[in-house]
Design a protein around this ligand. Structure first.
Ligand SMILES: *Cc1c(COP(=O)(O)O)cnc(C)c1O
Length: 226
């Protein structure tokens, strides 16, 4: 109970910070969607945040989302679910059924699987391409030098509509150069959505054009594991 009151207070604080950052940087706060990252938190921890009016949520695992969200979405109309974790091609069908947006399109086989399931299900989540701006081997995302060609292949070869780009900067580096690089790649590819910024750096992301900030621990508290 106490934890849930705290999460609602933190939600309001994060919203206020987003509005403040938007104003500071000459942007319309309405152009920034707060995606509340609820991975690893059970339904009981999410409900107070839903009660407080939050509707966009991010999850990293298809299985966890499938277990938690259908019942919550039924009770809280207007929920918008965002897939922000690595996606296996064999989970494409579940992902297309469950999610309203997928931020982690990053390879040809996944693009092909998503195109097939979108056609089959008659339902198209908004798609973002993940770019590995720090070129980290353990991280998902296309390399920056490959981004233009991959976006073109998504569009032309797979017939997908790509809305924007997503990145997760290296933990040990200042994030702003990564946000700036993502914005530059988006601009030259005519993409509007920029999913960037987490609990520690969403203000810097807003300064550089984020349209979606993905904030977990600043709302829900520390996770036991990432
Ligand atoms: C977990 C996660 C977040 C949220 O991170 P916090 O630091 O808790 O805000 C955002 N984006 C992605 C891709 C994540 O995996």
């Amino acid at each position: 109970m106490r934890d849930s009151v705290e999460s609602v207070a933190r939600l309001h604080e994060v919203r206020a910070e987003i509005t403040r950052a938007a104003r500071d940087f000459g942007r319309d706060p309405a152009g920034i969607t707060l995606v509340a990252v609820s991975k690893t938190f059970p339904a009981e921890a999410i409900e107070p945040v839903l009660e407080a009016g939050q509707r966009a949520f991010g999850e990293n695992y298809v299985k966890e989302a499938k277990e938690k969200w259908p019942r919550l979405s039924e009770r809280y109309p207007g929920v918008e679910l965002h897939m922000i974790g690595p996606l296996q091609s064999n989970k494409a069908r579940d992902a297309v059924r469950l999610f309203d947006a997928i931020h982690t399109v990053d390879r040809d086989s996944l693009a092909a699987a998503l195109a097939k399931e979108i056609a089959r299900e008659g339902r198209a989540p908004r798609l973002l391409v993940q770019v590995n701006t720090g070129e980290e081997p353990q991280k998902g995302g296309v390399m920056p030098a490959e981004a233009d060609a991959f976006i073109a292949a998504c569009r032309e070869k797979h017939g997908l509509t790509i809305q924007g780009l997503m990145c997760i900067p290296p933990a040990e580096e200042p994030p702003s150069p990564h946000f700036a690089l993502l914005a530059k790649i988006a601009r030259r590819n005519g993409l509007n959505a920029l999913s960037m910024g987490m609990s520690a750096d969403f203000e810097a992301a807003i300064q550089l054009g984020a349209t979606h900030v993905r904030v977990g621990s600043a709302i829900f508290g520390a996770r036991e594991q990432a």
